[in-house]
Design a binder for this molecule. Structure first.
Ligand code: BES
Ligand code: MN
Ligand code: ZN
Length: 500
């Protein structure tokens, strides 16, 4: 895993195999972004014209490697685009820095040590540059033989160049970047791990190990405990699989007068075949990612404990494998849920809401102020918002705005979505309290309406649908690789920091 440290300037004197500096699109063409002008000076007058001649335009995330032609400093200088130069009096936004650092480090795979000299004007910028650089260095290598193919090893060491590496807030920002990016990478690893190697019991054991190391207490409910507790949703979804379901409870007490008690819930379907309402092969291919919500919650709890946030957080993480078999739930089966409600299962592929409903009901029993759930819940999320933007729904307008705002500050795209009450009738059942699957139109919102039925009045709740954002099916970009992205972790850590 890429390590992260600080160094003072001048950038060219930092010992590294490559030095990353910024360029941007100025009013009159390519410009060097501070502290890149130091390098420009060292390399001579014609430098900007020369790199423009190489094709550098300053476009966001554009990477142009140049050799320093024997001048002092690292032999390789990498120019990374920051996009349009900001107007006088404004600065590059943190997400532009995060993406540029990520794009450069991603392109530098195969290099051992990289110094990143981007405009680190304050602690937030240092944090963004650090996060982007480490996350850009991520690679999932667990199942790859070293000898196979020509995959370059990820960058081992990132040094962020700052004005004063001894400054307290700079050091704190770097530490936060380290904790948060390791949490994001844990989430990516879990999402990328194939379902052959990550059944519910194994995911629960990883949650136990990661939590106890960090000082988060753990309780794992196995199938026997689930039966005793009346968790009909989790048991129903899990009953078709040879690998039994689990419910993991993590508890972190930040104490010292935290205002808000928060509960986190994350969907942990280790593989979603659809069950008897079987998915077509194409739609099944990426369904190892259906535990992206669970992974984000496990990693968030570790980060919160490592950062010692002054909040109380309880996490309830339902885990099951959705498989067809002679023991599987059938369309038209009725499940008795933890909350006492009875659900007619009209589509076994709408399984996420069934396990979440039990976990949300359990979380609510402890009377938290806020419940946040996160789930790769609907294909409709992708239709509505595309692959990168999380849909945020809530029973409370202020809470929804707080979550969207926290996501924005963390650099995770999200958008507020409604829960139109008239959609409830699409879930009416002929014989039970509710069905689990409604009409196609507004499918993301209907899933939210279903979950809302399990949130008691007076509890503020928000639901994040990360079906698209959890997994990048396309090529990598910025600090985001192909595959598991770690979506949700930075939003949750930011939201919980805000509660202190
Ligand atoms: N895990 C899927 C949702 C999903 C789809 C996540 C694509 C990521 C990418 C979920 O369990 C599911 O199958 N939802 C159904 C619900 C429908 C049956 C009401 C869907 O979206 O088609
Ligand atoms: Mn499904
Ligand atoms: Zn699913």
């Amino acid at each position: 895993m890429t390590s992260l440290s600080l160094a003072g300037g001048p950038a060219a004197s930092v010992k590294a195999d490559a030095l990353v500096v910024g360029v941007a699109k100025g009013a009159k063409g390519l410009v060097l972004v501070h502290p890149a002008e130091e390098i420009g000076k060292a390399l001579g007058k014609g430098f900007v014209a020369a790199v423009a001649g190489l094709g550098a335009t300053g476009k966001a995330e554009e990477v142009t490697p140049v050799t320093n032609l024997g001048a002092k400093g690292p032999g390789l200088v990498v120019l990374v685009g920051l996009g349009q130069e900001p107007a006088k009096g404004t600065a590059y936004d943190d997400e532009a820095l995060r993406r540029a650092a990520g794009a450069a480090v991603r392109a530098l795979a195969g290099t051992r040590k990289v110094a990143v000299a981007l405009p680190a004007r304050n602690a937030d910028a240092v944090r963004a540059i650090g996060e982007g650089a480490v996350l850009g260095g991520y690679a999932f290598t667990t199942f790859r033989s070293a000898s196979a193919g020509d995959h370059k090893p990820p960058v081992e060491e990132v040094v962020v160049v700052v004005a004063d590496p001894k400054d307290k807030s700079t050091k704190a920002a770097l530490r936060r970047a380290d904790v948060v990016s390791r949490a994001v990478m844990l989430t990516r690893d879990l999402v990328n791990t194939p379902p052959s190697h990550l059944h519910p019991a194994e995911l629960a054991e990883i949650a136990r190990a990661e939590s106890s190391k960090a000082g988060v207490s753990v309780e794992v409910l196995d199938e026997k405990a689930l039966r005793k507790g009346g968790y009909g949703g989790i048991l129903g979804v899990g009953q078709g699989s040879a690998a039994p379901p689990r419910l993991v409870h993590l508890s972190y007490k930040g104490g010292r007068g935290s205002k808000t008690k928060v509960a986190l819930v994350g969907k942990g379907i280790t593989f979603d075949s659809g069950g008897l309402s079987l998915k077509p092969p194409q739609a099944m291919e990426e369904m190892k990612m259906d535990m992206g919500g669970a992974a984000a919650v496990i990693a968030t709890m570790r980060a919160v404990a490592e950062l010692g946030l002054k909040v109380d957080v309880e996490a309830w993480i339902p885990m099951a494998e959705n498989m067809p078999s002679g023991a599987a739930i059938r369309p038209s089966d009725v499940l008795a849920m933890r909350s006492g409600m009875r659900v007619e299962v009209t589509n076994t592929d709408a399984e996420g809401r069934l396990i979440l409903a039990d976990a949300i009901a359990r979380a609510a029993e402890d009377k938290p102020d806020v419940i946040l759930d996160i789930a790769t819940l609907t294909g409709a999320q992708l239709v509505a918002l595309g692959a990168r933007t999380t849909g945020v729904m809530s029973n409370d307008d202020d809470l929804r705005a707080e979550v969207v705002d926290a996501a924005g500050r963390a650099g995770e795209p999200s958008w507020p979505m409604p829960l139109p009450p008239e959609l409830r009738k699409g879930l009416d059942s002929d014989i039970a309290d509710i069905v689990n699957s409604g009409p196609r139109e507004g499918g993301m919102l209907t899933a939210g309406i279903f979950l809302k039925e399990f949130v008691p009045d007076g509890v503020r709740w928000a639901h994040l649908d990360i079906a698209g954002p959890a997994y990048n099916s396309a090529d990598g970009y910025g600090y985001t690789p192909h595959g598991g992205t770690g979506a949700g972790v930075r939003t949750f850590v930011q939201f919980l920091e805000d509660q202190q």
